[in-house]
Structure formats: C-alpha cells, structure tokens
Design a protein around this ligand. Sequence first.
Ligand SMILES: [Ca+2]
Ligand SMILES: [Ca+2]
Length: 385
Amino acid sequence: MRLDTGRHRRTRTLSIATAVAVTACAGGVYLGLQSGGGARAATTTVTVSTTAQLESAVARATAGTTIQVRGGTYYPANTLKSTANGTGSARITLTAYGSEKVRIDGSKLAAGSWLAGIYGDYWTVSGITFQRSPAQGFVATSSVGGVFRNLVTANNGDSGFTLRGDGTTGNLVQNLDSHGNYDAASHGQNADGIAIKFGSGSNNKVTGARLYNNADDGLDLWQFSSPVTIEHSWAFGNGKNRWNDAAFEGNGNGFKLGGGGASVAHVVNNNAAWDNTLHGFTENSNTGAIALNRNTAYANAATGFYFATGKARLGKNLAVSNKKGTSKLGSSAVSAGNNWDSGIATPAFKSTDATTAHGARGSDGSLPATAFLTTGSTTIGSTMN
Ligand SMILES: [Ca+2]
Ligand SMILES: [Ca+2]
C-alpha cells in the first residue's frame, strides 16, 4: 500500500481497554485507548498517517474519538463524511498531530464531491488545511456545538467553509483562513470564503477569520434565517477574476449579510473589508435589524456600507476611499457615530500597507499583529485584531 507520509509511519502496541471495540484498520491505525469507569463514555485516540487510515478513522469515529493526523498531504478518494454525534462531554475531534502541517487535498475526488462533510454534533476540527476540492472544501450540515478552529480552506471548487441546514446551533468558527476558492463551472458566482447559508439555528459565531481572494464573496449569509455573530474578521481581495475566466460572474462583497428573503438581525462587530470588487459590507436585501459596530471598509470598488432597504443599525463604523462612497443607507436604517454622520471626524490610518495583515498568524492561530487600518481610536473603526 502506498503511504502518503511514509516518514511518519510507526507502529505502537495497542492498549485495549474494556468495552471498546477495536477494529483493525487498513494500514495499521494505532490506537491508544483509555476507558473511563462506570457510566462515563470511553475515549479513543487514533493517530493516522496514511489516507486509508484517515478515511477509516473518520468513518468509524464515535463520541469520544480523537483522530490525530500526522503531518503530510492526504488525498481521499471519497468525501470524508460522518453522521456520528459527539456529546458536550465526549466530543469527536479531528486535529493535526501537535503542530505538524496537515493538508487534506481533494484533487483525486470525483467532480462535484465535497472534500469533508460532517452531519453530526459536537465535533472539534482543528489545525488542518482542506484544499483543492472539486466542490466545497469543508461542510457542516445541521451541526450542533461544533468548534472549527485554526483551519485553512483554500483553492476549492466552491465555497471554502460552509455551515448549512436547519438546526445549525452553537457553532464556533475561529481563526479560519479561507482563500482562492473558485467555482469554475459557474464562473465564480458561488465560491465564498465562508458560507453560512440555507439554514437556521442560534448562537453561531465567526471570529478571527481572513477571507480573501475568493471568486465570489468573503462571507455570505444568504438565506440563513437566524442571527449569526461575525467579529474580528477580515475580508479582502474577493470578486476579482484571478482565473482568466472570460465569463466571470463573481460578486465580490466583503461581508454579504443576507439575501434570499430572510429578515434577520445578524451581529457584525469589529471587522474589516478592503479591496473587494463590490461592497465592503451589505445587507444584500436582508431587511432585518443587522447591527454593525466598529467595522472598517477601505478601498472597496463599490460602497463601504450598503444598507439601502433594511433596518440595519450602524454605529461607530469607518469607511474610507471606497469608490462609490462611504455608505448608502435607506430610510429605515439607523446610523450614529459613523464617520459619515455629521460631526464625526475621520481618524487617520496609521498604515495603509496591508503586507503584515497577509502575514503568518500567531502560534495560537490568532490574527497577525498589524498597524494596517488601525487609527488608535477608542471609539470608531476596527481595532484590526
Ligand atoms: Ca454570487
Ligand atoms: Ca456568495
């Protein structure tokens, strides 16, 4: 059997605890098992270093399973899929081994296949790159309590990271980098950095994301009918035709906060959008009372904040050098303390060089430190961290 990451191949003595069924997996998955006593669920740690082991481990995961993936690039032949549920006290975890660099690559999947599809609750997925899928990179459907941390979704054939479906509740997306996603078959009209679309459910949050150079939008909340919280995230360089597509149809909003008939009060605080081909932030026909505070829109090709039809409430936002103006607000919008409101000064940026914002994240996955678009103001605009 071909090993994708031969240098990491090891064997280890199986330690089999009570009441845990261990099934030999192709290629010798090794397991360290710890069984809790009494009514506590058993926990199982599986360390994988080949694609076959990874596929098997994901397929067999149950509550309490931790799958550690050794460094290397893995090429699944089929979508990594699971319908298993963890619980709040026995999560299912799929994570890179230590700080090793793990790429799961969809370039051997059949056309139209997602790379990863999770349908269960209480998953933690961390430290992994999902790349080059023929369709979506990572998709969680109707999941409860998911933690998706320090992931990269890049160069997929549709949206990089997706939450979808009713019953999408209590998920945290933290420190996602999602870039270069492009749906060639539909000329870039669908591939967003992160899509939270076609569903509902409370207490979902995105924080610390960088959503950039995608064909369509940075973030898209199309037809998601419950409030989503978006904070401390950056969307930039979206909507440009980077693929020499003569019929390119990407939209290129930084933050597209609705559409498709949903009227919902998303919460959008302390984010930044720059260099996108359409608006920095827009309701996109969502008539709900979207709350936007301390966001910055800079040098987008259309309007900084475009909320022409709904009841958005905008406070302490900053818009500079957007080609079609700072804001376009309808009569139902509420606006106070933004730099387009009367009597509000526009503080100077300390830097308009985005180089450091494109740089490496902190070792904990946090956004890189940058002076880009900072002003030092304690009252207006994104703090860029
Ligand atoms: Ca689109
Ligand atoms: Ca979109």
